[in-house]
Design a protein around this ligand. Structure first.
Ligand code: HEM
Ligand code: MG
Length: 336
């Protein structure tokens, strides 16, 4: 039975998180890493954040992102339970931060994937800042060319730092790149939300919590390289000074608004708006379709333990929706 999610941190200020209890270690054979630089870093600093093999329970993941990065509790739960429902093994309560692996245990019946976070089109999606689109063959490894672009934009729009201004420009540019080069490009539904959320994280969560004044929210390129490439805290890193989420996301979207949508699958520059799975602009529409269409598509007919754990994870997910969003709960399998 999945344990209920942890609440907020007791001590929620800044502190040294690159400490002797959490030594960074290089990858060992069999360790799994993936498209999320935050989770990769926590796994590489070891088991009192995340197991080094890259496979964890939702409870471990929520604890880790709160403890290591001071990620705010609602966002930590929302992100974790959406990932668990899309990519995890609901029977064993385990989720891989990267490739599909037998470490998450025996698979539930198809079409459930339990594919881990490498799986394209569930959580992982197009237009990532430092990872390529799945169409080009690798959606999860650190991409040197894309990181050069990340630095170039940080130079041009942030005086050498990544900040929310850079986030707005690079987010828009990566979408335009995808539309122009990837016939299968998509930022519909959940990906519309995550694509905008993720570009705020480097400015909000990767910047040392002791930075004040004009250096707040300014990520230097050496620290960026440590997180994105080396999966490692900068030396002596302090987590953010207070619980932090996607602050600034509205301004990032407003700078260059793009609606949810996709290319047609066969030709580039064929982007069409598709609001059928909701978006950042239609949060409750997103929630309803996520549950009724996406999750139901993966689990059309759950029974036994699977059904029970699915209901519990759907409840945890509903409980994690943005406070104040007032979405109506939906029960795709009937009230548990
Ligand atoms: C991207 C999962 C927490 C920073 C991603 C992606 C996944 C993911 C699946 C790939 C999406 C894509 O770009 O295609 C999660 C889950 C979390 C979590 C389940 C649990 C709470 C964090 C935290 C941070 C973070 C705490 C920062 C401290 C990022 C960044 C990206 C990303 C910056 C974008 C990478 C890029 O565009 O190259 N995350 N994440 N994430 N995540 Fe996380
Ligand atoms: Mg991606």
């Amino acid at each position: 039975v999945p344990a209920p999610p942890p609440g907020p941190l007791d001590f929620n200020g800044t502190k040294l998180v690159d400490d002797p209890e959490h030594p960074w270690m290089p990858l060992q054979p069999g360790d799994v890493r993936g498209p999320c630089p935050g989770l990769n870093t926590l796994a590489s600093h070891g088991v009192s954040y995340l197991p080094r093999n890259g496979v964890a329970t939702p409870v471990q993941m929520i604890q880790a992102v709160q403890e290591g990065f001071n990620m705010e509790n609602f966002l930590a739960r929302f992100t974790t339970y959406s990932a668990m429902l899309l990519d995890g093994n609901l029977v064993t309560d385990l989720l891989s931060i990267g490739a599909k692996t037998s470490l998450t245990g025996r698979d539930p019946p198809l079409p459930a994937l339990a594919g881990g976070m490498h799986n394209h089109g569930t959580f992982e999606g197009d237009a990532s800042l430092t990872r390529g689109d799945a169409f080009f063959g690798d959606n999860h490894s650190f991409n040197e060319t894309l990181f050069e672009q990340f630095k170039d934009f940080s130079n041009r729009f942030g005086n050498g730092f990544y900040n929310l201004t850079v986030a707005a420009e690079l987010r828009f540019h990566r979408i335009q790149q995808g539309i122009a080069t990837n016939p299968q490009f998509s930022i519909a539904g959940f990906r519309h939300l995550t694509a905008y959320a993720e570009v705020t994280f480097p400015a909000n969560l990767f910047v040392d919590g002791r930075r004040e004044g004009c250096m707040k929210g300014q990520l230097d390129m050496l620290s960026a390289e440590r997180f994105f490439r080396d999966m490692r805290f900068p030396p002596g890193f302090f987590r953010p000074a207070k619980p932090t989420a996607t602050e600034g996301i509205d301004a990032v979207l407003a700078a260059h608004p793009v609606q949810p949508g996709a290319n047609d699958g066969t030709s580039v520059d064929s982007f069409t708006v598709d609001e059928s799975l909701g978006s950042l602009l239609d949060y409750c529409g997103f929630y309803t379709q996520f549950v009724n269409t996406t999750i139901r598509g993966l689990y059309p007919n759950p029974t036994g333990v699977l059904r029970k754990n699915l209901d519990m994870n759907l409840q945890f997910f509903f409980d994690s929706l943005s406070p104040g969003s007032n979405c109506t709960q939906v029960f795709p399998y009937g009230q548990p």
